[in-house]
Design a protein around this ligand. Structure first.
Ligand SMILES: C[S@@+](CC[C@H](N)C(=O)[O-])C[C@H]1O[C@@H](n2cnc3c(N)ncnc32)[C@H](O)[C@@H]1O
Length: 239
């Protein structure tokens, strides 16, 4: 992973981010379904599944669902799940396996009420909050959650992902070289420190309930950061 050139502005990064998930949809689907992502095998898949099921949620929105593995797993467990993603190509892949309802929408479209999905007990974002401005996905989550509903966000562990670079917010780039062939477009993503993650979730109107750091059994190193938050009653509207 490298720093993105400082001259490129945030809007350009966001456009390339969206483009990468359309262009890389097939390769990403193969990587996920082929279990080629080591951190997922080592525990992040299990961690997010457990975090959602522990909330006792019956209706779950999988925000940025990708090819849909988590939505399918939760639906198989008895949840009523809707998966939404901005990549039409990934939603085609998700629908091909079925198991849950899958819809195409960007976070901004969802926040502006583009889809009539009803109200959810939990919204889960598994490695799906990748941009600098989190207002759209958090606005969407807030508007679609019931009062007291849960928000679960799993992301790269800031300290583990920091590498040799400065521990400071900023755009970086993922080339997916560790995940196999067929990734045509690099993905800009916005690195956040732990303090920045907590501040962003709170600024979105949520109360942080738990900070979880899944650890790899073999190395003892953190695999991810998992934030569990709640929508306070004052932000709710009647279902
Ligand atoms: C790393 S993938 C994770 C997919 C899935 N949650 C999983 O666990 O495999 C990130 C996903 O977020 C989606 N995404 C990122 N930004 C988005 C946006 N602004 N609107 C809708 N989807 C977005 C991408 O299309 C991609 O499918």
């Amino acid at each position: 992973m490298t720093d993105f050139p400082a001259s490129t502005d945030a809007q350009t990064h966001e456009s390339q981010l969206a483009r990468s998930w359309r262009a890389n949809a097939g390769a990403w689907t193969d990587a996920v379904r082929g279990q080629r992502i080591a951190s997922r095998r080592a525990g992040t898949d299990a961690a997010i599944f457990e975090a959602v099921t522990q909330t006792g949620a019956r209706r779950v929105l999988d925000l940025g669902c990708g090819e849909g593995w988590l939505a399918r797993e939760l639906a198989a467990r008895g949840c009523d799940v809707v998966g939404v993603d901005g990549s039409a190509e990934l939603i085609v892949a998700a629908r091909a396996l079925g198991g849950a309802r899958f819809e195409v929408a960007t976070y901004a479209q969802l926040a502006s009420g583009a889809l009539d999905l009803g109200r959810f007990d939990a919204v889960v974002c598994n490695f799906a909050l990748l941009g600098e401005d989190l207002r759209a996905p958090l606005d969407a989550a807030r508007s679609l959650l019931r009062s007291g509903g849960a928000l679960l966000v799993q992301t790269v562990h800031p300290w583990a992902a920091c590498g040799e670079m400065a521990y400071a917010d900023g755009w970086r780039v993922e080339t997916f070289t560790a995940f196999g062939d067929g990734f045509h477009e690099p993905m800009p993503w916005y690195f956040r420190t732990l303090a920045s993650w907590l501040a962003a979730i709170r600024a979105g109107g949520f109360e942080i309930r738990d900070v979880i750091e899944p650890v790899a059994a073999d190395s003892g190193k953190p695999l991810s950061l998992l934030l569990a938050a709640t929508l306070p009653a004052r932000h709710s509207t009647p279902a």
